[in-house]
Design a protein around this ligand. Sequence first.
Ligand code: ADP
Length: 455
Amino acid sequence: MTTLTIVNPSDETVISEIEAFDVEQTDAAIERAVTAQKLWAAWTPADRAAALRRFAAAVEADVENLALLEVRNSGHPIGNARGEAAHVAQVLQYYSAAPERLIGKQIPVAGGLDVTFLEPIGVVGVITPWNFPMTIASWGFAPALAAGNAVVLKPAEWTPLTSLRLAELGLQSGLPEGLFQVLPGEGRVAGDRLVTHPEVRKIVFTGSTLTGRSIMAKAAAQVKHVTLELGGKSANIVFADSDLEKAAATAPYAVFDNSGQDCCARTRLLVERSAYDRFMELLEPAVKRFVVGDPADSATEMGPLVSKPHFDKVASYVPDDTDVAFRGSAPSGPGFWFPPTVLTPRSETDRTVVDEIFGPVVAVLPFDDEADAIRLANSSAYGLSGSIWTQSLDRALRVSRAVEAGTLSVNSHSSVRYTAPFGGVKQSGLGRELGPDAPLSFTETKNVFIAIGAQ
Ligand code: ADP
């Protein structure tokens, strides 16, 4: 039997050992999901909507407990963790409206009536990463359930605790047994089985581009639907005509939030050359002020990295001879602590500019003019997110249209609003999550023509 060792990243203590699902257990869970899905799809739309509203209310009532679990399991600051748990309730509430609004079309045709039905896909496998365990899970399971599917969710090996709790809350809310199951397990075992099992008709994957590519290739063997939300190396573009004080004060939050373990992190800070020196003067105190420490303390803005292997990966990007401009602080002693770090690489092709580090490390680069900013922003294999700081409306719109990314913000660092679509272009992914259309990506459009006989 394989077990997952769950470690508190703030102090390196072992929280628990959890049995990992093997292939046979995963197969059995998928079979239960097949049965539950048929039952669920036969419920009336109003009953499905009511069950999702009860699920939302149960999560809402459990926010503090879920948040404390995330603090211990992932090292998220308590304020952030509360926001994440509340977000899950909001996402469920939002998509609880969908079962009664999955409206097909009536298409004008000769000789009859042509209508479309939005049928559930069946069983959906949701494979999640460790950086935002519960929010990212909800972006998959809430619209999938709302569209009449069953969900089998495999959380990341290091961070299964909040997902397991969400499955309990779903069951307590009256979802049919087996409709929403959480399978703690290894990616190459339980995760892989979700991808290869013929009864799982769609995979929603969030994680590294490397794993996403292999999942897409395997899914191709069964022509299985995939939604992929992968890596990023997003640009925060600061023009000289922007509110530099505000741009500098907020830039640390755009990259160090969640210790930089965020696919939307603005890890490339592009600053117009004429404002570069002033901007760096303003950025330094903002970075030094960033509060890194005990995630259980409500004043904390950044906790530790999630694990020792991940700490080693992030640290490998900042060897002693790196061009560090300045750094914030971090606790010493046990825990996977890494200080906010600002680099000024000498080359645009430096690996700190190209690779997704997934830690609190930002690379600052100067640019000459608008065209140069766009060129630099787009010189990445990724295209997930980004920010544009300028006082010019014309420039904001020109640059927003020119930057190759799925999710941009102007004079802010907003990335995810559950009411708006989210996702990436290029190697950041395929498909969109959230927003009003998300349930549609968990349906198959069926067209039915009914002949009308002549009188
Ligand atoms: P990371 O984000 O740590 O680089 P991955 O992208 O590999 O990791 O992992 C994201 C999720 O994908 C995790 O739940 C992990 O268990 C799962 N996973 C990893 N490898 C596979 C695989 N071959 N098939 C299916 N799922 C996988």
